[in-house]
Design a protein around this ligand. Sequence first.
Ligand code: COA
Length: 558
Amino acid sequence: MPGGRDCGANTVRFVSILASALDTRGAEYAARREAMLARLAELDAEHAKALAGGGPKYTQRHRARGKLLARERIELLIDPDSPFLELSPLAGYGTGFPVGGSVVTGIGVVCDTECVLIASDPTVRGGSTNPWTLRKVLRASDIALRNRLPLINLVESGGADLPTQKEIFIPGGQIFRDLTRMSAAGIPTVALVFGSSTAGGAYLPGMSDYVVMVQDRAKVFLGGPPLVKMATGEESDDESLGGAGMHARQSGLADFLAADELDALRIGRSIVARFNWRGRGPGPPGPAAPGPRHSEDELLGIVPEDLKVPFDPREVIARIADGSDFDEFKPLYGSSLVTGWAALHGHPVGILANARGVLFSEESQKAAQFIQLANQIGVPLLFLQNTTGYMVGSRYEQAGIIKHGAMMINAVSNSRVPHLTVVMGASYGAGNYGMCGRAYDPRFLFSWPSAKSAVMGPAQLAGVLSIVGRQAAAARGEAYDEAADAAMRTAVEDQIEAESQPFFLSGRIYDDGVIDPRDTRTVLGICLSAAQSAPPGQPGPPGRPDGGSQAGYGVFRP
Ligand code: COA
């Protein structure tokens, strides 16, 4: 295990401090750093779009109404000077919808309690829910449920984005289902209603455990006055149909009537303070941890622009692990995958990191063993991805690359400890699966601006299509059109290259955000702390009273 351990009379020190071979004065480092900084500038520009919400016109109108912006509400709700880990800020990127998804989600600390916050942004099309808003909100609820974090909705929304209702109406019911499942699982849910919460949106407060409404501002009804007039002929007004005062005094939907927005935020904090939430999970990680011995700033200069050039992930680990202390496991075996023990902000972690991109049988078996070891001792796993996938070729097929890759995927799928994934570089093919990509349910997954993900690289994919096309033409006895083939390859390569980009994938909520490599340790520290609210699952498959196989894995084929 990492670091020193006081074993009674003898203090045993383990020497596992990583040295660095990074030449920070060399041209290679400078070029990599420059490329990363350029991509970070692009990332800042996209984040700025999310921060700008609906733009100056709608922001000024909102302020003129005496209202706070979504991020201001969050800032006043969380503990002073505490961090807020924003999730999915690029939602909607490249889709034609505004970047940010008209909602802000993330993890913040409220009265010493880590919570998931979901705040609609009323400056973007009335805060209405478009398909990317929905995916972003469902991901935030999933994070709350899986990590057992209380959920606070800061509501002011025009409900479904009406022109795209077909994409959201039916799947959108999950928002309300998740709220009540959380409640049933003992995870408190709170709705602070600042403005409109109409139609389906009325079930946000309706399904929450605690509801606070702002006097003269919150409006919660199934149908507004025009709809009621149409449906029943009744003449009504906003206040009698769904005003905060009515809900606090008559319908009983509001548990607290707030005098204004600040009062609602204060009441929200006092609700959380009484959750009696501390003490869940395995407890605090212990005394303050030492930072890495090597500068986190140097994380900018490690990943090459050309991902075909390998890099040593130990250089990354040396800049994120406490004290740069990494106790490598099986260093001489399956050396394309680095495995070992470290700690981050005092949280113990097992790390799996790709070294030379390709995964062979040895790497797969080593990974499966390492994952089992982490499960045996209940230590979370961190996957640092830079993989081109499992090795192809007759030699490797004959040696059982499929069954060994399957073994690794089996171990990843059935592992019960929290998983965190960072896509640093390539994430291609089944390597994405074995290294705990999005479909393998890591508690959190972040990408660096250097990340790229697809079924295979653009040139390989276009080349495969070309070979298949050539064979098909030969089978038909036709001549192959070389000019058309060249045009097809260029078009396909461009398309796959664009679709492999991290902003594009983040826009589709295939990760929880693209982060500055320098923030990796901080982001992972917040995630590890959040993840410990939900202890690892019990071994053995559910539904087997005898617990089934001891570790709860699928059948391995050695
Ligand atoms: N779907 C699509 N667009 C919507 C929308 C929705 N549900 N709600 C608002 N918008 C758009 C508006 O058309 C307007 O666009 P424009 O500026 O390009 O004309 C923009 O968002 C701002 O709306 P506006 O009405 O000017 O803002 P407001 O702050 O004065 O009022 C609401 C906000 C939400 C109270 C009001 O827009 C409203 O009642 N919307 C419809 C609510 C509803 O019935 N939803 C049904 C859900 S199932």
